[in-house]
Design a protein around this ligand. Structure first.
Ligand code: C2E
Ligand code: CA
Ligand code: CA
Length: 237
């Protein structure tokens, strides 16, 4: 599925790819359920590769359509996938095979994944950054953030975790955390995206704090690519 990412003026800039499993008996199974299992069994390696390749093919499809050719596609990368010694090679090869523009591909990594082996992460990220690939820190603020590493990573974006966005305007401490993340992003010259934006009130507060981009049910749910394109063509986003 694809979920829209927009500016404060609702201009679409990109999309995040979110995996879905349509099970014949159990219906739609959430990735929150099957990703941990796929990590455990190792299936995540094939699954992750398939997601990356599918996302790149989608980029190529959109490259041929004037109103879609600017869209970025963000792909979630799991720890086990990233830790593979040939991860960098896999990504570069996938870009080459599909013909996707590296500049339009964003890889979402979590803090814990990066901190697990900082030197290795920095090395891999720099290699891919040289090719044009962008990096976003997913669920930012929930891990044991080390501010020291932030300045050493070739990052493009921080994604404010939805747990903070949910309580905006409700829990003052979360207001402070969100403002702090946005301020820090600004000072480090990083783009800041808020995820899980569900209400106009949350969006208004985020805009007031200077957040760059938004993603959440308020704007659009994750949806199959055909629905996503229909939504764009109808001018709804
Ligand atoms: P995530 O990367 O933090 O993705 C955001 C989750 O929030 C998604 O859940 C999305 O559907 C949901 N969401 C979006 N907008 C809203 C909103 O306004 N309110 C609320 N309450 N939720 C919102 P989803 O699709 O169930 O995915 C769950 C997690 O599974 C993802 O969290 C990500 O960690 C993982 N995942 C999904 N696809 C992939 C994948 O292709 N590879 C890997 N490794 N992990 C994936
Ligand atoms: Ca994500
Ligand atoms: Ca997230």
């Amino acid at each position: 599925h694809y979920q829209a990412q927009v500016t404060g003026e609702d201009r679409l800039t990109g999309t995040e790819v979110l995996l879905r499993w349509k099970h014949p008996q159990r219906g739609m199974v959430s990735p929150a359920e099957f990703i941990p299992l796929a990590e455990e069994t190792g299936l995540i390696l094939r699954l992750g590769h398939w997601v990356l390749e599918t996302a790149c093919r989608q980029l190529v499809q959109w490259a041929g359509q004037a109103h879609l050719s600017h869209l970025t596609v963000a792909v979630n990368v799991s720890a086990r996938q990233f830790r593979q010694s040939d991860f960098v090679h896999q990504v570069i090869e996938t870009l080459q095979v599909t013909g996707a523009r590296a500049q339009l591909l964003t890889l979402e990594l979590t803090e814990s994944l990066v901190l697990d082996n900082v030197e290795d992460a920095i090395d891999k990220m720099h290699q891919l950054r040289t090719k044009g690939v962008r990096f976003s820190v997913d669920d930012f603020g929930t891990g044991y953030s080390s501010l020291a590493y932030l300045t050493r990573l070739p990052l493009h974006q921080l994604k404010i975790d939805q747990s903070f966005v949910r309580n905006l305007g409700v829990r003052p401490s979360d207001d402070v955390i969100v403002q702090t993340i946005i301020g820090m992003g600004r000072n480090l010259d990083l783009e800041v995206l808020a995820e899980g934006v569900e209400t106009e009130a949350q969006k208004a507060l985020l805009i007031a704090h200077g957040c760059d981009l938004y993603q959440g049910y308020l704007l659009a749910h994750p949806m199959p690519v055909a629905d996503f394109e229909r939504m764009l063509n109808s001018g709804a986003a």
